[in-house]
Design a binder for this molecule. Structure first.
Ligand code: ASP
Ligand code: MG
Length: 416
């Protein structure tokens, strides 16, 4: 059998029945030459709407029940897509996460995929040409419905591609591909023809609304070539994401990302002793709260440290509760939180070897009166926390200061 084609359509691509019909035309065309597996998101803003309903019932909705609720969004869209395809004579069938055999761990609302059992896929393909799979959801061994975290349909698609041994996965969305910055915010953002897994992973983690980070990790692990492309311009090549070859040697900076959904937190004056950082991070890990930009200050003479980090804004309340409980135990002075935080990051390859990059980045912000609240850096990124109201201005200034709108010169990165 020829390779199964795995594609994913995001929420904007199936926002209305008219759009679903358009998606079905693409699927029907693909099904003429291959078996097709299409992962679909919930229609438009359905997931946001469902979350809003939940918040009206409970300030901190029970996570198991939240997963039951949120998974219904995708159940609606897959059924509608399958019906539309069948109406036009295509042999299609919709499958929920549990029906398709996507097994996850039990962390409700951000479960990771553990295994995909392919028996039901093989069986469904015996009688159908197109399988329409609900993105973003799975099931635990105990039969509980889980979701994979917001934007998780990308991860469903790549995990399924790995399970059926596909070598490529096309992610259809409402933009032409991946840009040097958010094209809705920065008018001269440039479309990248090709980018490496590592860089796009940094972009996604740092707030660029490109792909669910775990989808990129999986693609890298299984060597699956991703292509981000526009549902409404299927003839455009989009952006290819792969190992990147030698491109990183020639092109240093690939883009700027903004994450406004951030909050900074600090636990002040904890004892300067072995084991303290472990206790703080373990307490958050026990609740599966991801933290980033972890920094510990250095006060060699007073026997105290402060540990600061960022969390996503939606995790802030729970983080404060956890840290306040620890405060007593560690005899820390206080817990500070700054909800007015956004991350602005420059992403590229080999950044630490080129000190002028950090210097130009910080000077650009400084000259424009933008205060930097926290900084971290690595080989592939430099991230600054700034006030949320200044984040987009900051990204615009950085994009201009590094001339990211210009194609790199012929010798400095032919692919882009
Ligand atoms: N519908 C889910 C969300 O909006 C999953 C997805 O679209 O990828 O986050
Ligand atoms: Mg989405």
């Amino acid at each position: 059998m020829s390779e199964v084609v795995v594609v994913k359509f995001g929420g904007t691509s199936v926002k209305s029945i008219g759009r679903i019909q358009h998606v079905c035309e693409i699927l029907s065309r693909l099904s003429k030459t291959n078996k097709v597996m299409a992962v679909i998101s919930a229609m438009g803003d359905t997931t946001d709407y469902l979350l809003k309903l939940a918040k009206q019932c409970s300030a901190q909705p029970d996570k198991r029940e939240l997963d039951s609720l949120l998974s219904t969004g995708e159940q609606i869209s897959i059924a509608l897509v399958a019906m539309t395809l069948r109406e036009s004579g295509v042999k299609a069938k919709s499958l929920t996460g549990s029906q398709v055999g996507i097994f996850t761990e039990t962390f409700h609302t951000r479960a990771r995929i553990i295994d995909i059992k392919t028996e039901s896929i093989d069986k469904a393909f015996a009688e159908n040409d197109v399988l329409i799979v609900a993105g973003f959801q799975g099931v635990t061994d105990a039969g509980e419905i889980t979701t994979l975290g917001r934007g998780g349909s990308d991860t469903t698609a790549v995990a399924l591609a790995a399970a059926v041994k596909a070598t490529e996965c096309d992610i259809y969305t409402d933009v032409d591909g991946i840009y040097t910055a958010d094209p809705n915010k920065i008018h001269n953002a440039r479309l990248l023809k090709r980018i490496s897994y590592g860089e796009v992973l940094e972009m996604a983690r740092l707030g660029a609304q490109v792909l669910h980070p775990r989808s990129v990790e999986l693609a890298r692990q299984y060597g699956i070539k991703l292509r981000v492309r526009n549902t409404f311009k299927p003839e455009h090549a989009g952006t290819v994401i792969d190992g990147g070859g030698d491109m990183e040697l020639f092109r240093t900076i690939s883009g700027v990302a903004v994450d406004e959904d951030q909050a900074s937190v600090a636990i002040m004056d904890v004892p300067d002793q072995p084991g303290i950082a472990g206790k703080v991070t373990q307490a958050l890990a026990d609740q599966n709260i991801p933290i980033d930009m972890i920094m510990q200050s250095f006060h060699p003479t007073i026997g105290h440290n402060s540990i600061a980090f960022t969390v996503s804004d939606s995790d802030l309340d729970q983080t404060i509760v956890i840290l306040n409980a620890l405060k007593e135990q560690l005899s820390a002075k206080e817990v500070l939180a700054d909800p007015d935080s956004a991350k602005v990051s420059l992403i590229g390859a080999g950044l630490t070897g080129q000190p002028w990059i950090a210097a130009r980045l910080f000077s650009t912000l400084g000259q424009n009166g933008i205060n930097i609240k926290m900084i971290t850096s690595s080989e592939m990124k430099i991230t600054c926390v700034v006030a949320r109201s200044q984040a987009h201005k900051a990204s615009e200034l950085i994009h201009a200061a590094f001339e990211l709108h210009n194609e790199p010169g012929k010798t400095a990165g032919a692919q882009n």
